[in-house]
Structures are given as C-alpha cells and as structure tokens.
Design a protein around this ligand. Structure first.
Ligand code: PEP
Length: 255
C-alpha cells in the first residue's frame, strides 16, 4: 500500500453528556497533536458536538460523524444528510457500525449511505465484522457478503476514499468475549483485500486502508499496528480518555 499515515479514529458514541466536556476532550487532543506528524486523527462526536472542529485548525486532526442519511434533502425527520455534514467540515463518516446494525441498519441502507457519502466527498469508514467465529469459517462468507453489499455501485476510482474497519463484534465494548489477536486481524485483512481485489483489482485492494477496531487500548494498540499491520485503529471507550487516547496516538506516530 502507498505510504499513508496511520488513521486513528475516535468513536465517542453517545458521549460525553455536555458541550463543555466535549470541548475539553477535543481541545486537549488538539493541543496534544500540535507539532505531531505522520498520523491522521479523526474525532467522531455525536451530531450536536460537530461544531467543535471550528475552534481548532490542525492539519492532522479531522472531523468525522457516526452516521449519515442517504437521501439528499427533504421530509426525513431526524435525519442528517451527507451534504449537511460536509458543510460542517466533516471529512469522514462511520457507516455500518455494529451498534447501528443492531438497531436495524441493513446492508442495503449501508450501501446507500456509502454512496451518498462518497458523492458528498466524505470518506466512509465502512465497518464490517462478524458476531461470532465458527470452525467451518462461515464468518468469512458473512464478511464477504457485507463487503459485496456495502460496495455495490462504488466505482474503482472512489475506492481510495473508502476506509474498511474490521470490527469483530465479539471483541467490542465492555461485554467483549475476549480481545482479538493481531494475527486474527492480519488474516482478516488479507481476506478483505482478496475480496476487494476480486471486486476491483489488486492495486485498488492495496491502496485502501484496512483498520482494526474492538477494545483497542494503549497496551494492545502497537501489536495491531505492527504485527497485525493495521493501517489504523478505531477506538471506542479509550478515545474519551485523553491520556489513553494520546498514548495510542503516540504509538502509531513512533512506527
Ligand atoms: C467500537 O464500538 O467501534 C469500538 C471499537 O469500541 P471499543 O473500543 O470500546 O471496544
């Protein structure tokens, strides 16, 4: 793959609870990133806190959203379009997170969200991941199906803007069954590349970032980046802890 910076993504989920706390966490991360190079950090706050990016100008700190709606405009109460997000300075959007899939998000809608994000020039962070692994490897077909559905209609030229996040559902959150290993990630990265290469070509597969997410913390981050050769990390819980998140960023800068 091209020599791209590691991509470290903070998924704040439905946190923090106040505007003040969001500003504090964001400005602490922004000042930590001053003079840092060779890393791209994306903060994905809840919608009401997207304004925080306006406060700080920093080339390696980017704004992301946790979701997007696929229609352009109109009577869709409660939804937010890709062009609105773009207008707010959003450069990335998480699409297909397992927590949204659990709330009823379908592969078809995920595909429409990826297409509308790309059209608005926002980079989708397309999440895939199985709920459990089985000895017969059916989970591989499951991931393949998620990729096929999600990427339907995405042109080869658009693929360089797509980030694929492998997030095994069993390794996410405080109820995780266990941590994934860097080898498990590496195998899945190879598998995802193969699926993308079959859909497009090897160059396209080599040029996209395939990142890891699921209970990433300062103790395991380096092993996913180094041994697992992850092109970046999607961090949930530890992304709101400035000390831990800064440590994770430091590990990726040092590579
Ligand atoms: C996530 O939900 O995307 C995630 C990676 O969460 P956590 O790091 O808390 O497991």
């Amino acid at each position: 793959m091209k020599d791209l910076n590691k991509l470290i993504i903070a998924n704040w989920k439905m946190n923090p609870q106040t505007k003040k706390d969001a500003e504090i966490v964001f400005s602490k991360i922004a000042s930590f990133l001053k003079n840092k190079k060779r890393v791209d950090v994306v903060i994905c706050p809840p919608f009401p806190f997207l304004f925080i990016k306006d406060k700080i100008k920093n080339k390696i700190l980017h704004l992301g959203s946790q979701d997007v709606f696929f229609e352009k405009e109109g009577s869709y109460t409660g939804e937010v379009s890709a062009s609105m997000l773009k207008n707010f300075g959003t450069e990335f959007v998480i699409v297909g997170h397992s927590e949204r899939r659990d709330l009823g998000e379908t592969n078809q809608n995920i595909n429409k969200k990826i297409l509308s994000s790309l059209q608005a020039k926002i980079n989708p962070i397309f999440c895939v991941g199985e709920k459990k692994r089985d000895v017969n490897g059916f989970y591989l077909s499951f991931i393949k199906e998620q990729l096929h559905f999600g990427l339907e209609g995405v042109a080869k030229a658009q693929m360089k803007n797509v980030v694929i996040a492998y997030e095994p559902v069993w390794a996410i959150g405080s109820n995780a069954l266990r941590e994934a290993t860097p080898v498990e990630f590496m195998e899945m990265k190879i598998f995802i590349k193969k699926v993308v290469a079959d859909l497009y070509d090897m160059k396209t597969a080599n040029d996209i970032r395939i990142i890891y997410g699921g209970s990433v913390n300062p103790l395991n981050a380096l092993s996913f980046l180094k041994e697992g050769e992850a092109d970046g990390l999607l961090v949930g819980r530890d992304s709101l802890n400035v000390k831990k998140f800064s440590q994770i960023i430091n590990l990726s800068v040092a590579l």
